[in-house]
Structures are given as C-alpha cells and as structure tokens.
Design a protein around this ligand. Structure first.
Ligand SMILES: *[C@@H]1O[C@H](CO)[C@@H](O)[C@H](O)[C@H]1NC(C)=O
Length: 287
C-alpha cells in the first residue's frame, strides 16, 4: 500500500479524484433560487388555466412564479391530501375552503359583479401599491399599503405611469413601526419629492425610489441648502412645512411638560399629510 504514495503520478491522480468528489458533492446540493436558471418573467395571470392563480414560488421548487390551482371557494378540502388542497387565497377550515383574508389573493375568488371592484395583488399575496378604479380617461389611482389599507397619494389614471407610491408606503411603514417624527415629503401621488430630510439628514432623492440621486451626497440637515436639488424659491428657509412645524412644536411642548413632571396634559394631535399640508381631519374649535 505504502509504495503507491511514493509515485508522484499516482498522488496527483488521487488528489484529482478527491477534488472531483468534492466538486461532485457540491453540485448535488439542491439548487437555490438564485442559482443558474432564470424564471420566465413574462408569465401573466392570463396565461394560467381557468381556476388557477399566478403566485410567486408557484413553480420550480418555489423559485419561480407559476400557476397554482386547487379546491374552489366553499368546496370540500383536506389539508393532508395533495389534490384536496384549497387554491391560493383560500384556506381549509372545517373541511371547507374559505377566504384567507390575510392575503390579497382571496379577492381573486370574489364575484366581480357583486363587489364591483377587485384590487390588484402582487404575486406574494400583498396588495399592489397602486390601485386604480374606473377607466384610463376619467378613473383614478390610489396608494395602498401592503395589507390593503388606503394610504396617502392619488392621481388621475391617465397620469399614473410613473406613480409608485413608494414614499407613501415608506412613511406608512415607518409610522406603523412606531416612529412618530418621520419627515419624508411625498408628492400628491405618493412618490418622493426631490429634496428629502429625515432623522437629521438631507439628500436629493430619486422620485420613484427615494434613494440618493447618483453623483450627490447625503448631508447633515444644517447643510441642506448646499444640496444641488435645493431651490430657495421652492424650499425657502425651512424644510418643515407649516403643519409639520406646528406638530413638532406641539411635541416639544409635551416633552417639556413631561420633563417637569406634569402629566395629563393632552392636545388634539395635529395631523399632517405626507406632503406636509394639514391633514383632512384637522379639528378647529371642536368643529
Ligand atoms: C426654482 O423653483 C422655481 C419655482 O418652482 C422655478 O421657477 C425655478 O426655475 C427653480 N430654479 C431652479 C434653479 O431650478
């Protein structure tokens, strides 16, 4: 046995074999979703068979979108039998398929003639950010949160090609996470205004995504007038709009009361819209 290893050529061969085995073992791992194969990105709901719903992870081991069918609304189902599962958007409760309202996909089982309007869903079951009603000429589009709540932002259908609702969604998310002092400014359609300040920093933002415009930098809020997107006519001397300033002042006063041990002081919280204007629900003198 020992003498085999004294021959260089055999040693090389053994090493080669080892390498090959290692490579082969690696290749046997199940493919992950970001490995070689790509998905057919152009597949649409219209390409699915009747009763099937296009969802993310519907094909290729959950890596690509695909059409999935299943038992229909109120049909008898069984969680343990593969061909008795409910279709996406439905859940099996008491051996019957009922609406799973935690996903937007349940709306695809609603009767369009009865409910009048079916929202648009993303393939992952969240609600699409932009929801349009009516026709392209006179209809309107509105911004929605992932879980289907109407949030700030709207425009006429005909103007909505570049409407993303990204700013509106971001603010809504941050506020739901408990931040009460978000100062991102959204345009009327829910996109980002060009100049943004939040958490003590300011930057020139991409209208559609809010990310920092190429070739520009993020600055401390005291230097916001140095940003290339700053325009004195447009922005003036303060980033905060009148309503926001009032709301911030109110918060500062509250903070001082608390610091002095005074509790139980309440204000009607001043609601500002995401564009910094007074919200729709401003109550003045109890009216
Ligand atoms: C600044 O804003 C005003 C008002 O919108 C506009 O008329 C002007 O062209 C802007 N100036 C620059 C340098 O962009």
């Amino acid at each position: 046995m020992g003498h085999c290893f004294t021959f260089p050529r055999i040693t090389v061969l053994i090493l080669y074999c080892c390498c090959f085995i290692i490579t082969a073992t690696t290749a046997v791992d199940p493919p992950t979703c970001d490995s070689s194969y790509g998905c057919i990105s152009s597949i649409r709901q219209e390409d699915c068979a009747k009763g099937e719903i296009l969802i993310s992870g519907g094909s290729l081991n959950g890596c690509c979108p695909g059409c999935r069918g299943g038992r229909t609304y109120l049909a008898v189902c069984n969680l343990n039998i593969p061909d008795r599962l409910c279709a996406p958007g439905l859940k099996c409760v008491g051996r019957k398929c009922i609406y799973d309202r935690s996903t937007c996909l349940h709306t695809m089982h609603l009767d369009k003639d009865l409910v009048g309007w079916i929202p648009k869903c993303n393939l992952d079951g969240t609600y699409a950010a932009k929801q349009c009603r009516g026709d392209r000429l006179s209809g309107r589009c509105f911004c929605y949160s992932e879980d289907g709540k109407r949030i700030f932002g709207w425009d006429w259908y005909r103007n909505t090609e570049r409407m993303t609702c990204a700013c509106s969604r971001r603010r809504d998310k941050l506020e739901k996470e408990g931040r009460f002092d978000v100062t991102l400014h959204c345009t009327q359609n829910g996109n980002y205004e060009e100049l943004q300040c939040d958490s003590g920093l300011c930057w020139c933002a991409d209208e559609l995504t809010g990310s920092v415009q190429l070739g520009t930098t993020v600055v401390h809020e005291s230097l916001w007038e140095l940003l290339p997107c700053y325009n004195s006519t447009l922005h003036g001397e303060s980033y905060l709009r009148q309503c926001e300033s009032a709301a911030q002042a109110q918060k500062l006063i509250l903070k001082k009361f608390y610091a002095h041990g005074t509790v139980g002081v309440t204000f009607n919280e001043i609601p500002c819209d995401y564009d910094g204007a007074y919200g729709r629900y401003k109550v003045e003198n109890g009216v």
